[in-house]
Design a protein around this ligand. Structure first.
Ligand SMILES: O=P(O)(O)OC[C@H]1O[C@H](OP(=O)(O)OP(=O)(O)O)[C@H](O)[C@@H]1O
Ligand SMILES: O=c1cc[nH]c(=O)[nH]1
Ligand SMILES: [Mg+2]
Length: 217
């Protein structure tokens, strides 16, 4: 797996990541969603450097100019719920992409430890021979992403696969590295050390879905 940790150098991205982590700032759900979206935009720009381009002529009012244009056929697939603002950020840049949505949530019985991943809803175009961007803001144990990857296989075999994550745990990165093809690209905006006993990323940010959309039963 090719791992791209884009916070390894200092950029304005630090501000967006710091705001989604900050226990006082993250309470503003409008700001939280918009920051996730902004991080999606930054990740899109970085990822676009790995895509394919071919020369195209553009007519201006005063002449013509050759500009290399993206040729990848992109399908943008996000994992509900927390993936929605990240999806919007990616779509702001890859505005010609086809779109897919999949539901996946971690079932927390009484002891709070996630026991299984429930994948129920899936709406997708064919992904055969296309560039699949799989987006989820949190990569904790990695089980959600792997369950989604298994479910998406019936929609075809993508030519390229990019996983886009805001905060990843080291354990999650190791886990998905073993379950995705070797040529998969993983784009992460931040990498955290560990998980707690309930499978939350430490220090992480808490529950991304709840922060974006409110608590669920
Ligand atoms: O790597 P994992 O251990 O599988 O955890 C990561 C998953 O947890 C979160 O979803 P959650 O189950 O909280 O659902 P939600 O988006 O509805 O809040 C997150 O958005 C990932 O999908
Ligand atoms: O830390 C975590 C782990 C999974 N899902 C979240 O939203 N946060
Ligand atoms: Mg959640």
């Amino acid at each position: 797996m090719h791992i791209h940790n884009i916070s390894s150098s200092n950029t304005i991205l630090n501000k967006f990541i710091s705001e989604i982590r900050d226990v006082n700032v993250q309470k503003d759900s409008l700001r939280f969603r918009r920051n996730i979206e902004r991080i999606g935009e930054v990740l899109s720009y970085e990822l676009s450097k790995e895509l394919k381009y071919s020369v195209n002529k553009v007519e201006t009012p005063l002449g013509t100019k050759e500009i290399d244009q993206l040729t990848n056929k992109i399908v943008l697939c996000s994992i509900l719920r927390a993936g929605l603002p990240l999806h919007q950020g990616l779509l702001n840049y890859f505005d010609d992409a086809e779109n897919a949505f999949i539901s996946a949530y971690r079932n927390h019985p009484e002891n709070g430890v996630p026991s299984e991943i429930i994948v129920e809803y899936f709406a997708s175009p064919s992904i055969e021979n296309k560039t699949l961007l799989l987006a989820d803001p949190m990569l904790a144990t990695g089980q959600s992403l792997v369950a989604v990857y298994e479910a998406i296989k019936k929609y075809g075999v993508p030519k390229e696969l990019h996983i886009i994550v805001v905060i990843a745990s080291k354990e999650g990165v190791d886990y998905i590295s073993k379950h995705f093809p070797e040529n998969t690209h993983l784009w992460i905006a931040a990498l955290d050390e560990t998980l707690n006993e309930k499978g939350y990323i430490i220090p992480g940010l808490g529950d991304a879905g709840d922060l974006a959309f409110g608590k669920k039963l």
